[in-house]
Ligand binder design. Structure first.
Ligand code: PLP
Length: 388
């Protein structure tokens, strides 16, 4: 059975060209880029090239890119750094729909005496800007708002939010893990101070990330040790993965238009055809500006997990929420924050496409899913009662 992989917000396949680019750096060119000899120097020059490629995708300069182990590390680093460089400020602003990489860390900081405000969203997942404007003050050290939501694809107005943060002297960080490679990002014309990237969301391997830190932004490292990354992130560089991330960013730039035309059209068709074929369904975040590759649909009176299992038997891979929270039967914190009714939140399925998604795969989901939903509703006394 060939899989139909529509779970690209959880992780992506490594692009063949990315894999080929990193391959020599395991067994042949395995030198340490910090070494003085030519053998390490060969690797150093490829790391330099990778840094430039990441910077180019972000509209940044290479000096503004710090390689990390993952998006989570980038997120934690940004928040910890702001608190360290402005110890007199004890307030953090974030949103209720962030990834656990931000939310869990902020909640831990709250338990240690920091004041944390989690800004809410409306029914379409849009940030409550009035609440944000009221919450921010001159005690705010950092505002961390995701650029695009991993579950719904809803895009936040991060530029506007960053401009507000600047007026209060707070640093502004955005978790752009789901954004980079999907929509254009240009830090040259931005007020954002720090931005997180994760390789495995854009066809690079797992376990590599980057943190953009605007030139001149006061910064303290999270991991201290050697002098790597200009003293901003210690630890011998994961050279092969860094080189892979560079290649993936170069390709993401080349595919940007494709993502926003071809992939977007496939995603819209999937959404439209499923909505037409299945009654009592709603798009989570419908009406809001969203990523080109993501659709999250709530099917009333069914369990998302049951849908996923039946799809999985047919080789169709989707998700019922964030990969990190699946396994728990609690409705996702994102859908709860949006006020999605319990009967819908439970039956939500996220489809996230990539440049590898084919029309035939979309056709297969549109054919297979409606009978699955009908069958599950028939099996549920609750569903039968309501849908009579
Ligand atoms: N932030 C968002 C929005 C994500 O979707 C994810 C991964 O799912 C992360 C952060 C964490 O990234 P990583 O898996 O590289 O730690």
């Amino acid at each position: 059975m060939k899989e139909i992989y529509l779970d690209n917000n959880a992780t992506t396949r490594v692009d063949d060209a990315v894999f080929e680019e990193m391959r020599p750096y395991f067994c042949e060119l395995y030198g340490n880029p910090s070494s003085m000899h030519y053998f390490g120097g060969q690797v150093q020059s490829k790391v330099t090239e990778a840094r430039k490629r990441v910077a180019d995708l972000l509209g940044a300069t290479p000096e503004e890119i710090i390689f990390t182990a993952c998006g989570t590390e980038s997120d934690n680093t940004a928040i910890r750094s702001a608190l360290e460089v402005m110890p007199e400020r004890r307030h953090i602003i974030t949103s209720r729909v962030e990834h656990p990489a931000i939310l869990s860390f902020c909640r831990e900081l709250a338990s240690k005496g920091y004041s944390v405000t989690e800004i809410g969203v409306d029914g379409a997942g849009r940030l409550n800007m009035d609440e944000y404007k009221q919450a921010i003050d001159d005690n705010t050290a950092i505002v961390s708002l995701m650029w695009a939501n991993n579950e719904t694809g809803v895009i936040f107005p991060v530029e506007e939010a960053a401009a507000i943060a600047k007026r209060h002297g707070a640093q502004f960080h955005t978790d752009a893990v789901q954004t980079v490679g999907k929509i254009p990002v240009n830090m040259a014309s931005s007020k954002i101070d720090m931005l997180s990237v994760s390789g495995h969301k854009l066809h690079a391997p797992k376990g590599i990330g980057a943190l953009y830190v605007r030139k001149g932004t006061p910064f303290k490292p999270l991991i201290v040790g050697g002098h790597q990354e200009k003293n901003r992130r210690a630890g011998t560089e994961n050279t092969a993965a860094i080189i892979a991330l560079g290649k993936a960013c170069q390709l993401a730039g080349e595919f940007m238009e494709f993502e926003n035309t071809v992939v977007k059209a496939k995603c819209e068709r999937l959404e439209k055809e499923l909505m037409a074929a299945i009654p009592h369904a709603q798009v989570n975040g419908g009406g809001a500006e969203r990523l080109p590759n993501t659709t999250s649909i709530a099917f009333e009176f069914v369990e998302g997990e049951a849908i996923l299992l039946l799809l999985s038997e047919l080789g169709i891979c989707a998700s019922s929420g964030s990969a990190c929270t699946s396994g728990s039967l609690e409705p996702s914190h994102v859908l709860r924050a949006m006020g999605v009714p319990f009967t819908c939140a439970h039956g939500s399925v996220r489809f996230s496409l990539s440049r590898y998604t084919t029309d035939a795969e979309i056709d297969a989901v549109v054919k297979e899913l409606p009978p699955i939903i009908a069958r599950l509703r028939q099996m549920s006394p609750f569903g039968r009662e309501f849908l009579k």
